[in-house]
Design a protein around this ligand. Structure first.
Ligand code: HEM
Ligand code: ISQ
Length: 154
């Protein structure tokens, strides 16, 4: 299934529903990442010194919100333009941050799975295969754009 207006509106609708709760969801998102791949914890500067995912870590929250928002915006761009458009400099920046932190391909699958789980838990009854597929596609496009930058830096 391609990415069109329906997919865009599914992502937008679920993002609007999650927005008021995004602080808690960021903790949930991170907990899901660590459930799937515990070793990933040490990659994040704001988690290195703690034993569990901190409930009140401002940095973690700010980051998680960014990731959610970027995926959502990427979905909107995909719906409108048929491609991911992130300002060039910020994609370059993301490429270098992730390269520097030794993020590799499998990690992108971990974060994808964790993101989808988090949204599923957040939207409850609204969750559907179509919604999973819409967020999954938006994420994949964004991940591909970041990976592309990472490869160019090498
Ligand atoms: C940092 C987004 C995938 C690990 C960041 C930042 C953003 C971001 C916005 C903050 C950059 C800055 O400091 O200016 C994304 C998006 C992803 C993605 C949109 C996928 C589409 C991943 C994956 C991993 C990862 C797969 C590996 C598990 C990290 C780490 C940092 C980071 C370790 C640095 C955190 C720190 O400051 O210590 N990411 N990311 N990211 N990301 Fe990601
Ligand atoms: C950075 N990159 C990917 C996923 C993230 C989740 C929470 C906080 C920061 C992140």
């Amino acid at each position: 299934m391609g990415f069109g207006e329906k997919e865009e509106s599914l992502v937008k609708e679920s993002w609007e529903a999650m927005k008021p709760n995004v602080a808690d969801l960021s903790v949930c998102f991170f907990t899901n990442i660590l459930d799937i791949a515990p070793a990933v914890k040490d990659m994040f500067s704001f988690l290195r010194d703690s034993d569990e995912v901190p409930q009140n870590n401002a940095k973690l929250k700010a980051h998680a919100i960014k990731v959610f928002k970027m995926t959502c915006e990427s979905a909107i761009q995909l719906g409108e333009k048929g491609e991911v458009v992130v300002p060039d400099s910020s994609l370059k920046h993301l490429g270098s941050v992730h390269l520097k932190n030794r993020v590799v391909s499998v990690h992108f699958e971990v974060v994808k799975e964790a993101l989808l789980r988090t949204i599923k838990e957040a939207v409850g009854e609204k969750w559907s295969d179509d919604m999973a597929s819409a967020w999954g596609q938006a994420y994949d496009e964004l991940a591909a754009a970041i990976k592309n930058e990472m490869n160019q830096d090498q």
